[in-house]
Ligand binder design. Structure first.
Ligand SMILES: Nc1ncnc2c1ncn2[C@@H]1O[C@H](COP(=O)(O)OP(=O)(O)OP(=O)(O)O)[C@@H](O)[C@H]1O
Ligand SMILES: O=P(O)(O)OC[C@H]1O[C@H](OP(=O)(O)OP(=O)(O)O)[C@H](O)[C@@H]1O
Length: 272
């Protein structure tokens, strides 16, 4: 695989991203320590949240069902929070937790940043892939304090086995690229100086090169099993992907006493 000159994650940060990066404190895995410097126990986390709770109702955490829900449950458990229902079996979209100060809402993965940005959820968990695309439409407005290191995969360019991608790029051919990740793809090919026609799809990207819709796809790859099953090969890695905790800016100010212990607990659990 070639190393891209500048993956989308490395473009100059906008003001909003700058704020988000400052919130990250330069390290995605180091939780903010309490004033005494000692890491609080799980019991203390819950007590701190209860102390900080105001009359605004429970905090709302937006999650998508499937891998993000599944991989978030151990992080919540480490923070002393249990969720009795699973959205795979329940049709409920609002789920209580064992902490009366915290509830979950279940939304599409690509809708999580929207719920958080508009304040319908105080915080949420979304893949970096989703956050790139969201930021293009709605710059600023979201803090990203913690890389949770869950739902890890890679955003890649892939082609049909036998398609000479290097030659096509070298010859300056105009490539047709099918993807759900239009913003990331646009930035990647622009940085390489490759002309592309982007075709927006919402899923099953792997089909596009097989039926002549596209020369290449930009999609997520984890085990590589889906590419292999469809006679495709990854030819470039654009950027590694994991999921981030995202927080509504107003909630962080107005409900800091409740939110910060949870943010810290997520950071500790994801670093463990
Ligand atoms: N194969 C994979 N392995 C690991 N992580 C993945 C994989 N595919 C996707 N992800 C990560 O998990 C997140 C959620 O993926 P999921 O498949 O649940 O939603 P989606 O179908 O991509 O989103 P939507 O429902 O909005 O179309 C993605 O945004 C990505 O960050
Ligand atoms: O390298 P692999 O381990 O095979 O994973 C890659 C697949 O995972 C994602 O799809 P997902 O399973 O989320 O299905 P979806 O796109 O229909 O949501 C992605 O879009 C790939 O198709």
């Amino acid at each position: 695989m070639n190393t891209p000159a500048r993956p989308p994650g490395e473009r100059a940060p906008s003001h909003g991203e700058d704020v988000a990066q400052r919130q990250e404190g330069g390290s995605s895995s180091t939780p903010a320590r309490p004033p005494g410097g000692r890491v609080p126990s799980h019991g203390e986390d819950v007590a701190q949240r209860q102390e900080g709770r105001r009359s605004a109702g429970p905090l709302t955490l937006a999650l998508s069902k499937g891998r993000i829900f599944d991989e978030t449950m151990p992080l919540l458990a480490a923070a002393g929070v249990e969720v009795a229902e699973n959205p795979e079996s329940s049709r409920k979209l609002i789920l209580p937790t064992s902490d009366p100060g915290l509830r979950l809402i279940i939304v599409r993965a690509s809708d999580v940043p929207t719920y958080v940005q508009y304040g319908a959820a105080d915080f949420g968990i979304a893949g970096k892939d989703v956050l790139f695309e969201h930021a293009a439409q709605h710059p600023g407005g979201l803090y990203q304090p913690v890389d949770l290191n869950i739902a890890k995969c890679r955003l890649c360019v892939a082609v049909r086995q036998g398609f000479d991608y290097e030659a096509a790029v070298h010859q300056g051919s105009r490539l047709r690229v099918a993807t759900k990740y239009v913003q990331a793809a646009r930035e990647h090919f622009a940085a390489k100086g490759v002309y592309v026609d982007l075709i927006k799809l919402y899923g099953s990207m792997e089909l596009a090169p097989l039926v002549g819709l596209a020369d290449a796809i930009v999609d997520l790859v984890s085990t590589g099993g889906t590419l292999k099953a469809n006679n495709l090969v990854a030819v470039e890695e654009i950027v590694p992907i994991s999921s981030r905790l995202i927080v509504n800016q107003a909630s962080l100010k107005t409900r800091a006493a409740e939110l910060q212990p949870l943010i810290d607990a997520f950071a500790r659990a994801s670093a463990a």
